[in-house]
Design a protein around this ligand. Structure first.
Ligand code: HEM
Length: 535
């Protein structure tokens, strides 16, 4: 037959392969059968028809037909890299143990392997990386106590503060469900009825909504977490990643559009190439700490993800640094199948009562069981780099039993009088918050929807403010007048000048489009030989 000695004759070794039963690099199928012809299906005579028992062909094509899993419902476009986190053993000037007993932080210089996935949020896995969007910044720490995922974004706040609004928000931001054309109308329709989004919109429509690449951007846990120390005492925590070596760089819309004209993968390419040439990106992990209480003295609620914690009251305290120094060997296996979740914490790290954090925590592993499969935690990228012993068995793609060495394979339950796994002894003092309140449906009382948006607007540099106004006007001009009016009202609540500039920008844009329409009508009339008086 004309198998491998046909098309591949020139490659060294192929000719010799003929006749030899098997070598190290011999192609096989997944049953381990050597494949001697990978060029021709089996047919009745050279012209066919083909027969149905072509096992190699059927295995190959049916696997190919299933090469894609559903893409992430959000954050579908991403890039990833491996590296390590090194702790300073301190938080600011104090020993870290004062606030958390999490082992990965305790001993200065201790390194924990990490895998990071950066992403855009709204559009599909093939969308350009220059689009205006927050950027995902998800870190998986493979700690000695099991995995910790810090699933963050580049921006420090979020659009909403209640998880019930998340599916509607994402629908509003995604392309139109009928035409599949993306645009700002749904987004601003939703946001004009969600005043808490004013601050986030101010960031996203400024150059901060288009980071220059993944290396030159910050990261943030956004939600409020807790740290718990050896006595079981807790503090509230916000996490921040600062790109110490690379600095921060954002793009104007014009700069981004130029890149987008020639490259839809510039951020993935930038990260990959930097690591390949040994220019490893680094971030410093900082935390802000607040005592674990409601803080009635503050104008905002510490559990509100739409708020920044003012750094003059709650300074950034350094905890350690992260270096990314290794590219994935296979994009699909490591980046596409990676699964991060806000529920993945180790002892000494805890949830706060932030309701959005709790809503997220259910959502991540739920979607991953659908997206990757029931046994997604057995995949090497998701499995902890430490011993795992559970009684979870079966399910699609189960390929090993995670039992303890010597454990009876018959006892896949607990408790047992005879064998099987046993509970860990509780050594650390538990953190046991006390609750006494009615079960209600109510928003946080201290909404403060506009003040920080105004502070942010005033803190921008001139070029950032100019770009923000241009981008907002360009988007809002496409929206219903009721949406425009409401958004101008919100921006005015944030800052008089902010609202005025957006309103004037919209008025000017309308005059320009009226003038263009008039010119076009005049030109049409002239062409038809009529007198030019369209109105
Ligand atoms: C991805 C839900 C808010 C950061 C996802 C995914 C879901 C989700 C379902 C897809 C996960 C997957 O397929 O593996 C939610 C819900 C939210 C919320 C319900 C609010 C109620 C946020 C916020 C942040 C964030 C506030 C930033 C702190 C991310 C990141 C990813 C992601 C970075 C991508 C993780 C990766 O690279 O695999 N989110 N999200 N999300 N989310 Fe959220």
């Amino acid at each position: 037959h004309e198998g491998n000695n046909g098309v591949n004759q020139e490659r060294e070794g192929y000719a010799q392969n003929r006749g030899e039963s098997e070598r190290e690099d011999t192609l096989t199928n997944r049953q381990g059968h050597p494949i001697s012809d990978n060029q021709n299906v089996r047919t009745v005579g050279s012209r066919g028809p083909m027969t149905l028992e072509n096992y190699h062909y059927l295995e190959k094509i049916t696997h190919f037909d299933r090469e894609r899993i559903p893409e992430r419902v959000v954050h579908a476009r991403g890039a990833g890299a491996h590296g390590y986190f090194e702790t300073y053993g301190k938080v600011g000037d104090e020993p870290v143990a004062k606030y958390t007993r999490a082992k990965l932080f305790q001993v200065e210089g201790k390194r924990t392997p990490v895998f990071v996935r950066f992403s855009t949020v709204i559009h599909g896995s093939g969308s350009p990386e220059t689009l205006r969007d927050p950027r995902g910044f998800a870190v998986k720490f493979y700690t000695e106590e099991g995995n910790w995922d810090l699933v963050g974004n580049n921006l420090k706040i979020f659009f909403i503060r209640d998880p019930l609004k998340f599916p509607d928000m994402v629908h509003a931001f995604k392309p139109d469900p009928v035409s599949n054309v993306p645009g700002p109308v749904g987004m601003f329709d939703f946001v004009s009825r969600s005043p808490e989004a004013t601050h986030m919109i101010t960031f996203v429509f400024s150059p901060w909504g288009i980071p220059a690449n993944y290396r030159q951007m910050q990261g943030s846990g956004v939600n409020t977490y807790k740290w718990v120390n050896a006595e079981g005492n807790s503090v509230l925590i916000k996490y921040h990643w600062e790109p110490i070596k690379q600095g921060i760089k954002n793009l104007t819309q014009e700069e981004a559009s130029k890149i987008q004209a020639t490259n839809d993968s510039h951020a993935t390419q930038d990260l990959y190439e930097a690591i390949e040439r040994g220019d490893y990106p680094e971030w410093e992990l900082c935390v802000q700490i607040m005592s674990d209480e409601e803080h009635p003295e503050l104008e905002f609620d510490p559990l509100d993800a739409t708020k920044l914690w003012p750094t003059d009251q709650f300074p950034f305290l350094k905890v350690g640094k992260m270096v990314l120094n290794r590219n994935p060997e296979n994009y699909y296996n490591e980046v596409e199948q990676a699964a991060f979740g806000t529920g993945v914490l180790v002892d000494g790290l805890d949830f706060s009562d932030d309701k959005m954090l709790q809503g997220r925590t259910f959502s991540y592993s739920d979607t991953q069981r659908h997206r990757v499969g029931t046994n997604y935690l057995q995949l090497p990228i998701n499995a902890p780099k430490k011993r795992v012993a559970t009684n979870q068995r079966g399910g699609q793609m189960s390929y090993y039993v995670d039992k303890a060495p010597g454990q009876s394979p018959h006892v896949d339950y607990e408790p047992s009088m005879t064998d099987g796994l046993v509970e860990a002894s509780q050594t650390a003092k538990p953190h046991q918050p006390h609750y006494d309140a009615n079960l209600v449906r109510q928003k946080l009382e201290r909404t403060l929807d506009f003040k920080q948006a105004g502070d942010t607007y005033r803190a921008f540099e001139d070029w950032e403010r100019n770009d923000l106004i241009n981008n907002l006007v360009g988007a809002l001009i496409q929206c219903d007048i009721r949406i425009q009016d409401k958004m101008v009202e919100y921006f005015t609540n944030a800052d008089e000048d902010y609202g005025r500039r957006v309103r004037e920008g919209l008025e000017q844009a309308k005059r320009n489009s009226d003038a263009t329409a008039r010119e076009r009508a005049v030109a049409d009339a002239e062409q038809m030989g009529h007198e030019a008086d369209p109105y």
